[in-house]
Design a protein around this ligand. Structure first.
Ligand SMILES: [Zn+2]
Length: 345
């Protein structure tokens, strides 16, 4: 059993950030708006050890290819990839990325099986609720995970953490790594000081656009002296803290929660505290007892054609009838967000 976790969505901070993001000059699209989740561990949270379930067969090596910004030399004999490998399947899919700052300690999460287990656990939970899964980007039958090392130090990135989604999407796009049919989940493994205690960040509806959600594996809340719990699942059939976080963020990128939901509350819902998209999660329950749209009236399987519904997402498999991309997808794929740190190339 995982330790107790707590999540608070700080709406006020989200609005502040929306204003800040709105001041940036974006190319060819409306400004992104971010609402950032404060997945704050409770004081008694015991950080879980990082599981090491054994090496998995990684995609074909491209170790000689430069990663984003910096050479990708790593102290490992295991194969890894700094680029998207040839896709096993067509269609809309979720691509996983393991990203480090220039001075970040490499925990090899892309090649030690941890991110793959995390991804599998997310889909196990989703499948238990829906009978469907998110389509993942695989290569030769294995989860295709890209390794990137950013050209900035952890300190530099921490200074601009509210724009870390823009930073990562900028680099994925200008280096040709972003595809029009993919969402990106970035496990960022650099130390980040977030006064709000954020552990996961995503653009949120209705104004937010973006293809990139970020998990802050080393987020730290100085106000409460609490780190994001480095709490990955240790089993592909249990969804842990980070998996809950990233699922929540992924759903935001799929247009959830739409303003048309009867229990809408600032991109979230307010009708049940155990809902995956609840606007405040107090951590008193296990992910095992979490709802995917309590009452099926806000964002999943509500049956209203004019309101975003996860059940119609084109990212699901089997593909739903009438499958549709996230709202404003054309804007999203056209938009290259700015690099908040200046764009070293
Ligand atoms: Zn949220």
């Amino acid at each position: 059993m995982q330790g107790r976790i707590a999540l608070m969505t700080t709406l006020a901070a989200g609005l502040l950030l929306a204003c800040r993001a709105g001041s940036l000059a974006l190319q060819g699209a409306e400004p992104t708006a971010l609402v950032l989740e404060a997945f704050v561990p409770s004081a008694e949270e015991a950080p879980a050890e990082t599981a090491a379930p054994g090496a998995v067969a990684a995609p074909a090596t491209q170790a000689a290819t430069p990663a984003v910004g910096l050479p990708a030399e790593r102290d490992t004999d295991l194969p890894y990839s700094t680029y998207d490998q040839p896709d096993d399947v067509d269609g809309y899919q979720v691509h996983f990325v393991y990203a480090l700052p220039s001075d970040g300690e490499d925990a090899f999460l892309d090649i030690n099986g941890q991110i793959e287990m995390s991804a599998n656990a997310m889909n196990y939970w989703l499948n238990s609720k829906t009978g469907q899964r998110l389509r993942y980007d695989t290569a030769d039958g294995q989860l295709d995970i890209t390794f990137i090392r950013l050209p900035y130090t952890a300190d530099e990135i921490s200074q601009e953490y509210r724009s870390i989604n823009s930073l990562l999407e900028h680099w994925l796009k200008i280096t040709g790594r972003a595809k029009d049919n993919k969402l990106y989940v970035v496990y960022y493994d650099g130390f980040v000081v977030t006064s709000e205690g954020y552990c996961g960040l995503a653009p949120v509806p209705p104004k937010g656009i973006g293809q990139t959600a970020v998990l802050l594996l080393r987020g730290y809340n100085p106000t409460r002296d609490l780190p994001c719990p480095r709490s990955f699942t240790r089993s592909a059939d249990y969804t842990g803290f980070f998996e809950v976080t990233i699922l929540h963020e992924l759903l935001h990128m799929l247009g959830v929660v739409g303003e048309c939901g009867p229990n809408y509350n600032g991109s979230h819902v307010n009708d049940h505290p155990q809902d995956l998209m609840y606007h405040q999660y107090d951590g008193t329950f296990s992910p095992l007892f979490m709802y995917l749209d309590f009452g099926n009236d806000d964002y999943y399987n509500h049956g209203r054609a004019d309101c975003p519904d996860l059940a119609r997402s084109i990212f699901l498999e089997p593909l739903p009838e009438g499958a549709e991309p996230p709202p404003r997808w054309e804007d999203t794929i056209r938009n290259i967000p700015p690099d908040p740190l200046g764009g070293i190339q």
